[in-house]
Ligand binder design. Structure first.
Ligand code: MLT
Length: 411
């Protein structure tokens, strides 16, 4: 009889977002007339920028032309896209990142999980609490943890609490951890990191030989010019950090799929015999073996993000969602709720009123306002008593949701 990966049995019931969808579908089935507004999962609603669509349409035409047709592309991504990213996202901000250090992929969620393939099984792993659940669940699946306790915390992981008292930025550990997941702008709290905060992490990682997994999927939503968009803006980060980025949220590619991972060639890890091995070589080997690249059509669409028209359209799109975030913040504050985030990030982190648990507040909003958010406890034990509202929706839906919540919570 074939055996299974028993680590999957350690996972909590369902991945957070399918679990929310299940509950919402159940509610919708018994309340067919309810007009439900979904501000739960951070999925974009606005159409793809015209520059991207035009480039993709042209790419489809290329595929119909024998002389331009493309079969398998490079597993690392096409050179022209990697060059555009290196120049615009990194070199323009003073980061020494070369196109050859960029790997195009079909999503940063996938890459955050896949990256574990190139690391050993005995690393000490630190995550913030609350945290994007993918970081935790992929480590559970890979057998890097023990069982979960009654709070849902897995044995063997180091949880770094983030809360209002520390501005939702984790304190640097006093002991050694090998792998550290950081996400800024933060999902779920909407917090951001200053250069000084990231510098402290880089210094820590360099002192301990640790690797930082830096998830910058929401960097485009930073409005404060003093804040870093990339960890490579920090001196020394080339020696201790891998960065994940995505076209999902800035350019509306959640359904189109395109992202990137940066693995500097200066980054090394230890082999069992104590020698230093370049992580770039391992990731390149992994991608060449397990991945056949993102489609030519989609990569052409992503390249258009860096054209003058693309840049202007992306700015407009990001500005649109950030206006939604501001409306959410303002309206919820006016309704007497304590809110965080939503200034340099598309997520607003709300303290649940009257001591309600995160899931009780979820039910209350769903049943009384027909509005869906994400319970903070779904992101970890320290998220209990909080609730995440996403700014990714149409203006009309955001305003209607805020009207309903304001009505419910008015004094
Ligand atoms: C979220 O809502 O946290 C995100 O949509 C998840 C993701 O990007 O995978």
């Amino acid at each position: 009889m074939a055996t299974i990966n028993d680590n999957y049995l350690k996972l909590k019931a369902g991945y957070l977002f399918p679990e929310i969808a299940r509950r919402v579908n159940e509610f919708a089935k018994s309340n067919p007339d309810a007009s439900i507004i979904r501000l739960g999962i951070g999925d974009v609603t606005e159409p793809l920028p015209e520059a991207c669509r035009t480039a993709m349409i042209q790419a489809v035409e290329d595929m119909g032309d024998r002389s331009l047709f493309k079969g398998y592309g490079p597993e690392q991504g096409y050179e022209w896209l990697r060059e555009a990213i290196a120049k615009n996202d990194f070199q323009a901000r003073g980061c020494e990142i070369d196109a050859s250090e960029i790997f195009i992929s079909d999503g940063s969620k996938c890459d955050c999980g896949n990256i574990l393939d190139i690391f050993g099984n005995n690393n000490t792993i630190a995550v913030t609490d609350p945290v994007y659940p993918v970081y935790v669940d992929t480590n559970v699946m890979a057998g890097h943890t023990g069982d979960a306790n009654e709070r849902g915390e897995y044995g063997g992981l180091v949880y770094l609490p983030i809360n209002a008292a520390n501005d939702f930025t984790a304190q640097i550990p006093t002991h050694k951890v090998d792998l550290i997941y950081l996400c800024f702008p933060n999902n779920p709290t909407g917090a951001v990191a200053t250069k000084e905060h990231l510098q402290a992490w880089v210094s820590y990682a360099k002192a301990h030989g640790s690797i930082i997994f830096f998830d910058a999927a929401y960097e485009a939503f930073i409005t404060d010019p003093s804040l870093p968009h990339s960890i490579y803006e920090i001196e020394g980060a080339r020696d201790c950090a891998i960065e994940f980025r995505s076209f999902s949220k800035n350019a509306g590619f959640t359904g189109t799929r395109c992202a990137l991972t940066v693995v500097p060639k200066t980054l090394t890890g230890k082999a069992a015999d104590g020698s230093d091995i370049e992580l770039w070589k391992l990731w390149n080997r992994r991608q060449s073996t397990k991945f056949n690249g993102v489609s030519y059509i989609v990569q052409r669409g992503a390249e258009a993000v860096y054209s003058p028209a693309g840049k202007a359209q992306i700015q407009e799109l990001v500005g649109f969602y950030m206006k939604n975030a501001q409306i959410i913040r303002d309206r919820l504050s006016a309704a007497g709720l304590q809110v965080y985030g939503g200034v340099n990030a598309p997520y607003v982190w709300v303290q649940t009123p009257d001591g309600l648990s995160s899931w009780d507040f979820f039910d209350k909003l769903l049943h009384n306002c027909n509005v869906v958010g994400t319970p903070g406890s779904g992101f970890g034990a320290a998220g209990e008593g909080y609730f995440r509202i996403s700014a990714f929706n149409s203006r009309a839906n955001v305003e209607a949701a805020m009207d309903r919540i304001s009505e419910k919570f008015k004094a």
